[in-house]
Design a protein around this ligand. Structure first.
Ligand code: ADP
Ligand code: MG
Length: 960
């Protein structure tokens, strides 16, 4: 906006700084310390209260604001006018000066949540918007705000925490501004309050002790109101600085040390720079005003002695304890009061206006040119050594505007007085300008660097956070790993145990299989043995059979022989004594017969023993069979008894049924009788009817007797009948029972019979077995004997053979003996050697076979072990694979997490950047806001947009 420098403005006018002194009440600690209220406010009647006196010294200010004054009155007296000024295109500044806790913040901000305790700032903001709402409709407003603080001579943006060291620059009109400060466009008081809230919260975030920090830093809130008349295109710009300064107390009083002391010095430096500037301005004739000494004075350059309506609120404590400080504060105010500002409207001129101004300037230039010519003429005269009379000397004539422009120019350029036209001063000024320029550049650089540093710091913090999280992840992973290793170890142990158990099992199994083999072998052997035995038995039985047959045969022969012998004996008896030859023959026959006799005797004795055995056996079997027979007979007896009983019972039943039948017939007879009687009764009744009168009585008697008799008989019969029936039922029951028992007995009998049959069969079997055994024994004996005999014969044969051999050997020759013996010896030796070899070989073979068997035994074990190890290896491989996969997954997850965090950080940065970019929100005058979002720029007058600030919580719930 091509504003006009104030000095060049036709409507620029001088205006001294307004100073207001506010005294707060004694606070608690002051009262507790027994401080006295040392301030008095002398005033005349009807006079505006402007005086304050402490210890006899009096100060005068534009307004004195006493301790009991309301916030509203403070606003009305100190700041209300400034709103109009700002809306009319003037610059304005309000700042609070005073020691810590003298009430600066209370005055400037007040209590934001309580509209009654609102300080100057919220009231001004509300008022500005209220004014806008009531202004003409063809005015469009652009309102933007900035908020920053100055701490240790560094400007920190409170709306963007990354901007920590902003530089102060001058625009083309030499007006200072904070370069790069965040500007927020606002369209309602609420938005402004939100910005303030944001700034305050940012301020809180950055520091640990807010009270201390706020007492050592200056906070600056800037609101710029730009308006454009849509009809005339006239543009006005009003800037308003609202500054809450740091505490003005001396360092010694706070007892600060170290960095705190440095801070205090620095803060005091900016404040003393402010004091110096004000002193310089108050002096009035100082050529150089040290605005550049601090950022604070640079920012306030326009407000102090420049183009701004400035109000300073001097905040003081009335306590005796703070007397000295209060006095110095009041002195500061007094000095400041003398400063004169040259204020003008910041107006963007239209072409017409520019033209007019151009003409004016042209005129001025022509005038000045004439003057210069005159001066040159005079100068030449002077140089030529001529004297110029005082009347001829050129008089410097300057109108008000020129003088003011010169006054203004004095800030940055050497004063346009005659003395300053000197070359040296020009040189100096240029040099200063150059240095200032350099300074600005350096400032820029510093700002850039510090911003970079801040960014890096932020990044570092993020990185640290990342590292911490990574470390945490790493730790958890390590813990996991340790756990898994432990698990692995335990699994290994388990596997080992299992392997051991398996080995044991395998060994056991081998042992068992060996045993089984052994057992099967044994079994086979026993089976073989059994078979052999059976075969032997078979053989023995067959032999026995044959022996028996032979026996039979021999028996028969013996009997035949006996018969023959007897016959022969008879014949012999007949022949005896007849011839000697016959005797001789007989004696021969006798020898033969004796032999045969002995044989038969042997047989007989054998048979006898056999028979005896058999008889014994038969006897024992007889006794057992006798026992059994006795048993059978007793059981048969019992059975017979039972049968008898059954027949008896049957007979009883029959008689009883007969009885029943009889009783039934009797009953029927009786019933017939009853019928007869009934019939008779009926007859009698009839007769009675006929012979009613005559025989009535007799008949009645007879009938009665009859009936009585009948009744008696009937009852007796009935009793009998019931008795009989009970008897019948009883008998029936008995019969039932008896039949059941009979059946039982019969079943028992059958069982016993079966048992008997079984037993007799068993007996028979036993007998046969016994017989067989006996026979076998006998056969065996016979066999033994025969074998012995045969052996004897064999022995004899051997003996004979040996004798024969010996005899033959003796008989054989003598010459050939030596040769044969030598050959046989060699052969024998050979054979011996071969045999030895064979023996060794067989031994080796046996050993090998054994080794082979051992190895075979070992083989399955080893195979098992191998398999187990293979499985373990496999399991371990899979576990390894799983672990690797897990690690990969974890890594991926971690990577994703890192990416996510990076993305989030990027987004955040983007968001921050996007926040910085703002679009102007033009506001039309005379329009009240309906809704901030729906209609952010058009605000119509008279709409009654309530511009009173409410805290965010109330705002949310309050009526829209
Ligand atoms: P500063 O900003 O100068 O350090 P503050 O404005 O924070 O001081 O004031 C310090 C304390 O005194 C605050 O609690 C404030 O409420 C209180 N205070 C200041 N001025 C007044 C006043 N005029 N009336 C009542 N209380 C006040
Ligand atoms: Mg404060």
């Amino acid at each position: 906006m091509g504003e006009v420098p104030p000095g060049d403005q036709p409507n620029a006018n001088e205006d001294s700084i307004q100073v207001v002194a506010r005294f707060r009440p004694l606070n608690d600690s002051e009262e507790r310390a027994g401080s006295k209220f040392v301030v008095s406010f002398p005033s005349g009647k009807g006079q505006e209260e402007q005086f304050v006196s402490i210890g006899g010294k009096t100060w005068q200010f534009d307004h004195i604001l006493k301790p009991n004054i309301t916030q509203e009155n403070v606003y009305n007296k100190a700041a209300k006018n400034i709103v109009k000024d700002v809306l009319n295109g003037y610059n304005g500044t309000i700042f609070a000066y005073g020691q810590t806790s003298s009430g600066k913040t209370h005055t400037m901000e007040g209590v934001m949540s309580d509209p009654n305790l609102h300080g100057i700032m919220p009231r001004i903001i509300n008022d500005i918007f209220q004014h806008i709402y009531s202004m003409e409709e063809n005015l469009e407003f652009h309102i933007k705000v900035s908020y920053f603080e100055i701490y240790m001579d560094k400007i920190r943006d409170l709306l963007d925490v990354t901007k920590v060291n902003l530089a102060v620059h001058e625009d083309k009109n030499r007006v200072t501004y904070v370069k790069g400060a965040t500007e927020r466009f606002v369209s309602s008081p609420e938005e402004v309050f939100e910005v303030i809230e944001l700034g305050k919260s940012n301020r809180h975030i950055a520091v640990t002790n807010m009270n201390e920090h706020s007492s050592r830093s200056h906070s600056v809130f800037l609101i710029q109101v730009k308006q454009e008349n849509m009809e005339t295109q006239k543009k006005l710009l009003g800037k308003l600085y609202m500054v809450d300064l740091a505490g003005s107390e001396k360092v010694s009083k706070t007892g600060a040390e170290g960095t705190v002391l440095d801070e205090a010095k620095n803060i005091n430096k900016s404040l003393s720079a402010l004091g110096n500037v004000i002193s310089a301005l108050a002096d009035g004739n100082k050529s150089h005003i040290p605005y550049r000494d601090s950022k604070l004075t640079r920012i306030l350059q326009e407000s102090l002695g420049g183009n701004a309506r400035t109000t300073i609120v001097i905040c003081c404590s009335p306590a005796s304890y703070n007397e000295a400080e209060t006095k110095s504060t009041l002195d500061f105010g007094k000095r400041a009061k003398t400063i004169k500002n040259v204020v003008s409207v910041n107006e963007e001129l239209t072409a017409e206006e520019w033209k007019r101004r151009y003409e004016k300037e042209k005129e001025k230039v022509a005038k000045l040119r004439i003057q210069i010519e005159k001066m040159e003429f005079e100068l030449n005269k002077w140089r030529a050594g001529d004297k110029v009379s005082s009347e001829d000397q050129v008089q410097l004539e300057m109108d008000a505007s020129t003088s003011s422009s010169m006054l203004n120019a004095s800030v940055t350029a050497p004063l346009l007085t005659t003395s300053i036209l000197e070359g040296d001063a020009m040189e100096w000024a240029r040099e200063r300008e150059r240095i200032y320029h350099q300074l600005d550049e350096k400032d820029d650089e510093i700002q850039h660097q510090s911003q970079l540093v801040e960014k890096l710091n932020e990044q570092m913090l993020e990185q640290e956070e990342l590292i911490a999280s990574t470390r945490r992840d790493y730790e958890t992973l390590q813990a996991d790993m340790a756990r898994q290793a432990k698990e692995n170890e335990s699994a290994k142990e388990e596997v080992k145990e299992v392997l051991q158990a398996l080995e044991e099992l395998a060994v056991n199994y081998d042992q068992k299989t060996e045993e089984v083999d052994r057992r099967t072998k044994q079994h086979e052997a026993t089976l073989d043995e059994l078979n052999a035995k059976q075969a032997a038995l078979h053989a023995a039985t067959s032999e026995l059979q044959s022996v028996r047959e032979a026996q039979e045969h021999q028996k028969r022969r013996i009997t035949e022989m006996f018969v023959a012998m007897l016959k022969e004996l008879n014949e012999i008896g007949a022949i005896i004594g007849s011839s000697n030859d016959a005797l001789k023959q007989l004696s021969e026959n006798e020898g033969k017969a004796e032999e045969e006799f002995t044989v038969t005797r042997l047989y007989i004795s054998k048979m006898k023993s056999e028979v005896k055995n058999l008889v014994q056996k038969v006897g024992s079997l007889d006794t057992t069979s006798g026992d059994l027979r006795e048993q059978i007979s007793t059981q048969e007896k019992e059975l017979q008894e039972c049968r008898l009983l059954v027949s008896q019972h049957e007979a009883k039943v029959r008689t009883l049924s007969q009885n029943i039948k009889d009783t039934e017939t009797k009953k029927r007879a009786l019933e017939e009788q009853v019928d007869c009687v009934h019939h008779k009764q009926v007859c009698c009744k009839q007769i009675l009817q006929h012979t009613e009168q005559h025989h009535k009585q007799v008949c009645c008697k007879q009938i009665l007797q009859h009936t009585e008799q009948h009744h008696k008989q009937l009852s007796a019969l009935r009793d009998e009948l019931t008795d009989k029936q009970t008897l019948i039922s009883e008998l029936k029951d008995e019969n039932q029972r008896l039949t059941v028992t009979a059946e039982q007995v019969r079943a028992d009998y059958d069982k016993l019979k079966a048992e008997v049959a079984d037993k007799s069969q068993k007996l028979n079997e036993l007998v046969s077995v016994q017989e067989r055994k006996e026979q076998a024994r006998q056969d065996l004996k016979g066999l033994e004997e025969t074998v012995a005999k045969e052996l004897q014969t064999l022995h004899n044969l051997r003996k004979l053979f040996v004798q024969d051999l010996q005899a033959r050997v003796k008989k054989s020759g003598t010459g050939e003996e030596s040769d044969e013996a030598g050959g046989s010896l060699a052969q024998k030796q050979k054979i011996q050697f071969l045999e030895n070899n064979l023996d060794q070989l067989t031994k080796v073979h046996k050993q090998l076979v054994r080794d082979n068997a051992d190895l075979r035994c070992e083989l399955p074990k080893l195979e098992k072990r191998l398999r187990a190890t293979m499985e373990r290896v496999k399991a371990l491989e899979t576990a390894l694979k799983e672990a690797k996969e897990g690690a990969m997954k974890d890594r991926k997850r971690y990577q994703q997490e890192v990416d996510r965090i990076k993305e989030a950080v990027r987004q955040k940065n983007l968001a921050r950047r996007s926040l910085a970019a703002q679009i102007a929100k033009p506001i039309r005058a005379g329009q009240a806001p309906i809704q901030a979002v729906a209609m952010p720029m058009s605000l119509r007058g008279g709409g009654g947009g309530a511009g009173v600030y409410q805290p965010p919580s109330q705002r949310r719930t309050g009526p829209q």
